[in-house]
Design a protein around this ligand. Structure first.
Ligand SMILES: [Zn+2]
Length: 333
């Protein structure tokens, strides 16, 4: 598969729809998959209390339960260095249907879902080139299982089947996020990779996002606990080209070094501290308060912005060329 995808990356086409292999959980010594208990020991895998002598076991079924989600056909259990890995393989188009059903509601316009289908397919092809298994979480793309698939997602996937976003004939790094808050970020300022089509663009379309403006308040004691120091003062310094905060500096006991805003956000929690487009911060007697705009890393397509554009009558192609300027859509298979 890796060679197959590599060829697609350099040649710009695939002969057939690729298969996606997705990791369903962090490696562990025991799992329950569709009512079956699987455990690891030095001789391989124990299935429902019986030693199988095997290092790979396949659990089959039409509609498999794992972690309150449903998966079709089969889940592979692999023993590796004393721990079990759960792998689910599925055709790319089914995977994309699940991803966009997890990412976007069925009430959104078809053109947004089509743009998201192309971006998600492109992102997956790029990730498959780099590693064998994709994560089913925000680490790669969120996949909540086959039971979440909705009709509009299926239609969007069907209407864009095999379409990939390319730059100079190669799959683009099609990052996306919930809402940019007014201007998308460059890939350079967030990931340190300078892509011509990810330089950051103005976006006036995501003002309707619930996180266009956000605030986060926590107790000073909680802030101290998260940072592992008694914070007496904090200030932001440095600004990226898209207006995001670069760093935070503290007066604290013990003294903390300067911290990247992206690391600070990770420590405070991605769903609390929603972006590094921080507009305000203050330390009160008991509370710490932060406010900002947008949700997510800010690179590539802004999902709420795509919604705004679709409401103005823009097509999936127009949405993609706004957020990834200079790219073109190609049919890979
Ligand atoms: Zn936006």
């Amino acid at each position: 598969m890796k060679l197959f995808v590599f060829l697609s990356v350099i040649s710009g086409f695939l002969l057939a729809e690729p298969e996606v292999k997705m990791s369903l959980a962090a490696p562990d010594t025991r799992f329950v998959v569709d009512g079956n208990t699987v455990e690891a020991n030095s001789a391989g895998i124990i299935l429902n209390g019986k030693q199988t002598g095997l290092f790979v076991v396949q659990i089959k079924g039409d509609w498999l339960d794992f972690d309150s989600k449903k998966f079709r056909n089969a889940i592979d259990v692999k023993q590796d260095a004393g721990k079990l890995k759960l792998i689910h393989a599925l055709p790319m188009e089914s995977y994309i249907t699940g991803v966009i059903s997890s990412e976007l509601p069925s009430s959104w316009p078809l053109e947004v879902l089509k743009a998201q289908a192309i971006a998600a397919r492109t992102y997956a092809i790029w990730q498959m080139y780099k590693k064998e298994h994709l994560e089913s979480t925000v680490m790669d793309q969120v996949y909540h299982g086959a039971q979440r698939e909705h009709k509009l997602a299926k239609q969007a996937v069907l209407e864009t089947a095999g379409q990939v976003l390319t730059y100079e004939s190669k799959p683009a790094h099609a990052y996306f996020h919930a809402a940019c808050g007014g201007h998308t970020a460059s890939s350079d300022e967030v990931f340190g990779s300078n892509e011509p089509y990810l330089q950051g663009v103005a976006c006036s379309y995501c003002r309707g996002a619930p996180t266009y403006k956000w605030s986060y308040e926590l107790a000073r004691s909680e802030l101290d606990k998260k940072l592992g120091a008694k914070i007496k003062n904090l200030e932001s310094f440095g600004e990226t080209d898209s207006g995001r905060v670069k760093n935070f500096r503290f007066k604290s006991q013990p003294q903390l070094g300067d911290m990247k805003a992206t690391d600070f956000r990770k420590i405070l929690g991605y769903n609390n501290f929603r972006s590094t487009l921080v507009t305000q911060h203050s330390l009160g007697a008991h509370q710490a308060e932060f406010a900002g705009r947008g949700h997510g890393h800010g690179v590539g397509m802004c999902q709420w912005g795509a919604l705004g554009m679709a409401k103005l009558g823009k097509t999936a192609e127009q949405i993609l060329s706004h957020y990834y300027p200079g790219t073109e859509i190609r049919k890979f298979y």
